[in-house]
Each structure stands twice: as C-alpha cells, then as structure tokens.
Design a protein around this ligand. Sequence first.
Ligand code: AMP
Length: 492
Amino acid sequence: MTSFSDLNLDPKVLKAIEATGYTTPTPIQAGGIPPALEGRDVLGIAQTGTGKTAAFTLPMITRLGKGRARARMPRSLVLAPTRELAAQVAENFDQYAKGSRLKKALLIGGVSFKEQDQLIDRGVDVLIATPGRLIDHFERGKLLLTGVEIMVVDEADRMLDMGFIPDIERIFEMTPFTRQTLFFSATMAPEIERITNKFLSAPEKIEVARQNTTSDTITQVLVEHAPKRRDMTAKDKRAILRTIIDRDSALEDNPLRNAIIFCNRKVDVDIVAKSLKKHGYNAEPIHGDLDQSHRTRTLDGFRDGSVTFLVASDVAARGLDIPNVSHVFNYDVPSHAEDYVHRIGRTGRAGKLGTAYSIAVPADQKYIDAIESLTEATIPRGENPWTPPGARSGSSRDESEDEGGKRSSSRSRSRSRKSSEAKDAAESAPRDDAPKADTGRDDTPSGSRSSRSRGGRGRSGGRDDGPKVVGLGDHVPSFIELSFDERRADPA
Ligand code: AMP
C-alpha cells in the first residue's frame, strides 16, 4: 500500500500531514498526487469526503515551494462553488502549508473588496475564490491571471448545477494555456465532459467509487407520518423533530449531541430554526440569503459546540466537512436522491457512528422510491414517537402555535391557519436548489438543474393522507371511511 512518504511530497508537507494524523493516502490522493507533482493535468472523479482537497492541495504546496509571488499575479488559483467550500479549502491549505512560506488569499462574496485587494496587491501564491467574486475582482482591474501556473476547479458538477460553467470557461480563458489544471467533479455530465475536453490536456483520469452507497457507520431511520390535514404537515413535522431530539438526547448509546437539520426550502430553514429556538433549543439557520459574516459565525459556532442545531439548506451545507456531527435530520425528504447521500454523509464521518432520521409524509413517497433505487437499499422504517395532538383534546400547546413557534391568540390562530394554507400552496413551488432568483452571486443557483429523481409516482394512494380505518382493510371505499372517521372532521 502507498504511504505518504512514497509520494515525493515536500518534507514540510509530510510533516504537516503527520500532524493531522493521516496515516495512508486515500485512493484519490494515491492516484492524483503523483501525476500532479509531475505537472500533468488531473481529472478526478470524486466526491467530497474522499480526501480530494488534500489530493490537490498537497502537490500544489510542494510545486509552489519553488518560486515567488508577484504583486497582483497569483501563481495558482482554486475555484470552489460556494463561499463555505472556498473557506474550507483555505482552512485545509493553512493546515497543510504550515511551515511553508506560501501566501494565500480567499476571495469570496460578503467580505469587503478592500482587504482582499490589499492581499492581492502584496502578491499571493494561492488564490482561493468563488467564480463570481473572482470575475468581479478581475473586472475591477485589480487582478491579473496571466501568472497562474496551477488552476484547480473543485466540485465542477456543483458549478454546473449553480450555473457557473460560463464563468469557469471565461476564467480558463484568462489564464495561460501552459497552466496545469487539476479538475474535480463527482459526476461527468456532458457539459462537464465538454469543458474538460476543451481545457485539459491529456489528463490523468482518476475515478474513485461513487458514493451512492451510504456509510455503514450511519444508522438510518425513516419516520413516516400521515398528517390529519395537509395544512398540519409542517407543524406535525416540527413536533416529531422535537420528540426525536428529546428522546435521542437521553440515549445511552450514541446519544444526540448535535444535529444538522435539512430543509428543502430557505423559508422552512428559517421557520424550523425559529420554532426550535422558541422551544428552548439552541438552533441557528444557515442558507444562501443570510449574509456571509452571519453564516461564518453560525458555522464556527456549530463547529465549536456553541450552536447545537444547525438548520440548513442543501446549498449552504453541501460538502461541508464538520467533524463530530451525531445526528442528521431530513426535516424534508430531499427531492434529489443524491442529496440524501450527501446530507446523511455529514454524520458518521471518519469511522464515527452517526444517526440520520428522515421525516416523511405520504407525498414524499416518490422521493423515497428514488433514494432507495439510487442507494439500492431500503431505508429502515422506525416508529413515530410523536402522538398527534388530535389524539388529545382541542387546545394543546401544539395547536396554539404559529409557524414560528409562537403562542398565539384565537384570532392570530385563524391567521396562522391561513398562512399554513398559503404555505401549502407554495409547497409545489420550486425548491431551494431549483433555478430561481436569489441573492449573492457566488452560491446562487442561477443555472438550471434538471429533475434527477428517479422512480415513478408514489406507492401510496390518496387514502394514505389520513388515518386508516381499523378492521376494514385497505380497500375501503372512501365514503365509508369518511362516515366512520370522526377525526377527519375539521377541529376548527
Ligand atoms: P475532502 O474530501 O477533501 O472534503 O476530505 C474529507 C475528510 O477526509 C476531511 O476531514 C479530511 O481531513 C479527511 N482526510 C483527507 N485525507 C485523509 C487521509 N489520507 N486520511 C484520513 N483522513 C483524511
């Protein structure tokens, strides 16, 4: 088996690796580092979690060890699709470049241009950027890319999803054609294939197993719930979430210590975070509409344990490497099956145990079918530990809660019901990761993303929307069900 010392890396880099505690290179590192050190182009088909950041950072540091940075002319460029991923690469760089004299700058949106300009003016060896921000700097005439010796494109498929491919092509064209290119993508969509054919020169192709399978270290549980009425879906799911959190916090084996809670839409990220806070949980939201300093603070807080629950959208949290996450919740079942694998992969990292819950309502069946067909495994069904308030009499605490978790008067209660209805109607609106207007350029999906969910229509018929009538089997004509089941009456 290859060891890091076989890889011809700079002795200082080897020392830094030793300090991190890595013992053996991952497959993408063992395959990618030698050609990268030879100056060859590399096409890595690998997802986050495979060690790909070190696969491009370690040879970069080694190769850039010789030579000096010149003002406004970075010697290397790393492009990442989101601010968080760019910041993560920068952190990794700091870790692996300890002991070297290399200078880096991080160019991401939400941070003042002035500070970034000053760094570039002084000269940097490594420039880590999101494509939008890089182009902004370039257009301001503050940056020259003609000195770029190594260019890295990280998470190219994500760039495609987010509509950044034209920007990437533009940036490629601003760099010298003699540059070395290290290009990473989890998948090879035709558009990705096209740009690699255009901009890479005889690349060494390294493909590591696609992570369509979920890790054995993650216990998965699907909690199914059929709300009495559709407009109660969100409130019920929040109650289920709190019930599971409380129950798992008290477990002896693998208790809940913290969690990332995924919602499909930004508006629900805010609502769920607000509701959890209102109920006394230490929760913060993270999504693309929040300003950068807020997002950074929240992530840092989650990393250092001062925030226990991170309520997140896929765009904000995908690919983030946060160690020691005990639980992941799919508050919403993701509509893209691949996102399920990415989301639950935030826990159970580096051999640690993790637990992933998905809260599903009957309308999610088609998404569950798609996930199970992608992962070729059935998500184990678990019991729903929450008792619906309908089982108790009228004015329970949950019933008097509005969308943000506030207690409300009867007048505002009727208002909140209306808002739930409006929200229900919006449920069919595009999800966060669908192309739509957004703020902030560098992590905004502006391109189109086709529906990649496989599987046909849901297995469940319309009757799954309500409680079953005991003793009459599944094939009860709906008029009999209505006349027998008083719980279907509007509680008003
Ligand atoms: P990445 O795919 O770059 O996001 O890396 C995923 C995780 O793997 C990060 O937490 C890295 O610190 C870790 N990692 C990278 N290389 C190795 C290695 N050779 N051995 C163990 N862990 C590693």
